[in-house]
Design a protein around this ligand. Sequence first.
Ligand SMILES: [Zn+2]
Length: 112
Amino acid sequence: MRCAYCQERAGWFKRICADCQRLYNLYTQRRGQIDLLQFLDICIETGLPREKIEAFMNADPYGSGSIKDQITADMSTELLGAMGIRVQQTAQDVKRLRERGAWHRMDEKPEE
Ligand SMILES: [Zn+2]
């Protein structure tokens, strides 16, 4: 079967390849504590190719938002919480906003 994230061969009866599993574990260990750029740094430290990391972060195999959307959601929940606003942003919210073009991607400089 092919990996649900990077689309490379994952092996028999596997939905996720060893590399993406590794990245996913890194994500779950640090979830809610890191922003996108920090997570990208951690991924790059694994020595995996950049294309693989990007494919992993942008994939949305379950239709509920990519890892990137998930991290963005965690961070905005955190930021709003710090301002005293209790909301739970979900990856799906971020995905919706992103698809409407209303959301600046955090890893890109906003256009001036
Ligand atoms: Zn993979």
